[in-house]
Design a binder for this molecule. Structure first.
Ligand code: SF4
Length: 118
């Protein structure tokens, strides 16, 4: 059975992992973290989603946001669609929850920058 090639993005080394599609046995990792990364990447890939939301008033027109934790890859389009609909009103603190349970993922969308009221 052909091994699946996965690049580990956990650190700058970027190891080229080879993962067995049935046993999820991982090779090519230069540290133990790559084993879990390779397995998750085949079984249930996750990604942190970032973007910007609209700002109702003030100097900045967009506010950068991120999911607090990685979300399943197949839910990224729903998260992006939710992000496109959001408009916030300052003041906003760094880390403030902009949308709880974004797109039904169970994960919060939070601000990554402070916005002050004008
Ligand atoms: S396997 Fe370990 S050393 Fe290699 S990229 Fe992943 S975290 Fe870095």
């Amino acid at each position: 059975m052909e091994l699946v090639q996965v690049i580990c993005t956990l650190c700058p080394r970027g190891c080229q992992l080879r993962v067995h599609p049935e046993t999820y046995f991982v090779t090519g990792n230069q540290c133990p973290n790559g084993v879990e990364y390779g397995r998750v990447e085949l079984q249930r890939p996750l990604r942190t989603v970032t973007g910007t939301v609209g700002v109702e008033s003030g100097r900045l027109r967009r506010l950068p946001v991120t999911t607090e934790e990685p979300v399943p890859k197949e839910q990224i389009p729903a998260v992006m669609a939710a992000i496109r609909e959001i408009v916030v009103r300052p003041p906003i603190a760094v880390g403030e929850v902009i949308m709880p349970n974004v797109a039904g993922t169970g994960i919060n969308l939070v601000a990554t920058r402070k916005l002050t009221a004008e």
